[in-house]
Design a protein around this ligand. Structure first.
Ligand code: SF4
Ligand code: SF4
Length: 293
């Protein structure tokens, strides 16, 4: 019955406790903005949870054949919802978490649509001060809402879809984004894209439809630059980024001491120093590339 549904092979997620975000850090207009953003996060998480419960009540059925034109329609719709990045890859069960502490999702359809939304450049430049943290929360809300709306659009066309909220999530989004050819992983464990460097948040939809569209991978390389740079490791206020990443039994890689990172992340309501410090954010890929010529 659940052949088309994917289940975790045991990857452990970090526990995200929403009540640990200290919004008293925000004052004046930032506090007003926080008051409007935070309910949007809770509302969009709740909608994704409810939709998931409805989805798994009904057996998924066969994979639905999807013509090229429908994927193009999805891409256009995503753009109209303010989604900046979209990529496609089969769901890898090795990248699924045993527990999705925020969304409660433990089963996914077989194919993934990875979504990304850019965070505001100037706000991120204030990290670890409150405007940067608030921008993270803002994009969690906006991308969460857009992800749900895109799921509704796909369902309205007769497909089955599970929406995975950007906050938390049942699967390792950056690794899925690499599989979807959206970019590479930086030393700080974040997805680095050619367009925004590490300055985006990610979410996903999973769908019982195929075959996935073929998307050309952009020519884009970061590992050589990262080896020399190491700014994120150097500037992390709590030294949470490993000099030498740990390779886990299932082949996944741990780049961050998440206990150290999360404590500071909660304290500052979103830290973002390892985004702000990254030259792929500050200068952008093109500028760095030409600088090396
Ligand atoms: S978010 Fe902050 S604490 Fe966490 S790894 Fe990045 S710089 Fe370090
Ligand atoms: S700060 Fe430097 S080392 Fe870290 S991800 Fe960015 S380019 Fe790579």
């Amino acid at each position: 019955m659940f052949l088309l549904l994917k289940k975790s092979k045991g990857l452990i997620a970090n526990i995200i406790e929403l009540n640990k975000f200290d919004i008293s850090l925000f004052s004046g207009p930032l506090a007003d903005k926080a008051k409007s953003i935070i309910p949007q996060i809770f509302k969009s998480v709740k909608k994704a949870k409810l939709d998931y419960k409805k989805e798994i009540k009904i057996p998924p059925g066969d994979t639905k054949f999807t013509p090229k034109e429908f994927w193009e329609e999805i891409i256009e719709k995503a753009k109209s919802l303010g989604i900046d990045l979209i990529g496609f890859a089969p769901v890898d069960e090795n990248l699924m978490f045993q527990n999705d502490y925020v969304g409660g999702i433990d089963l996914l359809y077989e194919n993934g649509i990875v979504l990304g939304m850019e965070m505001n450049y100037d706000a991120i430049n204030t990290a670890p001060e409150p405007p940067a943290g608030l921008e993270s929360l803002n994009i969690y809300a906006k991308l969460g809402i857009a992800t749900n709306l895109l799921a509704d659009f796909i369902r309205s066309k007769g497909y089955r879809v599970i929406a995975c909220h950007p906050l938390g999530g049942p699967i390792l989004y950056p690794a899925m984004a690499v599989n979807a050819k959206l970019g590479h992983i930086g030393k700080q464990g974040l997805l680095i894209t050619k367009k925004f460097g590490p300055r985006q948040r990610l979410s996903m939809l999973t769908i019982n439809a195929g075959p996935l569209p073929e998307v050309q991978e952009e020519k884009f390389e970061i590992s050589e630059y990262c080896e020399k740079c190491r700014k994120c490791i150097h500037f992390c206020p709590v030294k949470a980024i490993f000099e030498n990443p740990l390779v886990n039994e299932n082949g996944t890689i741990t780049r961050i001491d998440s206990d150290k990172c999360f404590e500071y992340f909660y304290e500052t309501t979103g830290c973002s120093v390892c985004i702000e410090a990254c030259p792929f954010h500050k200068l952008g890929y093109e500028a760095l590339y030409y600088r090396r010529l």
